[in-house]
Design a protein around this ligand. Sequence first.
Ligand code: FE
Ligand code: FE
Ligand code: ZN
Length: 296
Amino acid sequence: MNLIIGSHVSFNNKEQLLGSVKEALSYNANTFMIYTGSTQSTSRSTINDEFTYEAYKLMLENNIDSNNVIVHAPYIINLANRKDEDKYLFYCDFLANELDRCKSLGLNKIVLHPGSATTCSKEEAIKNIIDGINYVYNKTTDTMILLEFMAGKGTEVGTSIDEIKCIIDGIDDKNRIGVCLDTCHMNDSGIDISKFNEFLDEFDSKIGISKIKCIHLNDSLNNIGFHKDRHANIGYGTIGFDNLLEVVYNDRLDVPYILETPYVNRNTNESFAPYKYEIESIRNKKFIDFKEKYEK
Ligand code: FE
Ligand code: FE
Ligand code: ZN
């Protein structure tokens, strides 16, 4: 089995995708995930094709397959609410624009948080999300949206196999819709990751396992079913190193695994990304206690 593993990395104005590839390589990753701009705003830089070209050259040299590279849509997009039609359409158009940006970067998958039903029922929210995605697909080509499995914090939609299935059932272009699991979100939604195969059985019978296109690999700071969504470093949370290894080395899946775990010494001027250590520990199936060594 060829392990495809990486983390979220930055995509900044200095070198755009080229900088992202360099950062991923510094963690010994063979894939990565980016946001093409701020997660909390809609301002976007123009894609510089020179950087993209150089990035692909570097990816080719290092066996990074662009089909495994994932984009994440900004958090501010919320297709669940439609009380303010202008705002809803603004988010739809912005998402369509993000899909086009993926295309110009040569990337074909974008992860989307389905949304939070803050002004309506979950049933209405699911309808709004379906309509929004179908609208976006009518304006774009190729890029596939991966619905992220959510923790169920607040009024989040997409916190169970059944809710995700409801959304997928309403999408016209089934070839362009997939799912991104997130082990922290699953745990927090009430799923016992130590029984991951049982989850896959249910997913397979209701949606089809081939719809799983990416897994966010995170430990969780909270117990099963707490609906919190606070990520922990691999092996430092309630899911635990061994259970996460079982997910990564499950032979029913052949998908990229993306770490979104917190930085070491976060919010200090000595903060750094843990991904090099986490990737090494997963590859060697041997836990590395980097926190003991470096956390202040
Ligand atoms: Fe996410
Ligand atoms: Fe995630
Ligand atoms: Zn999360």
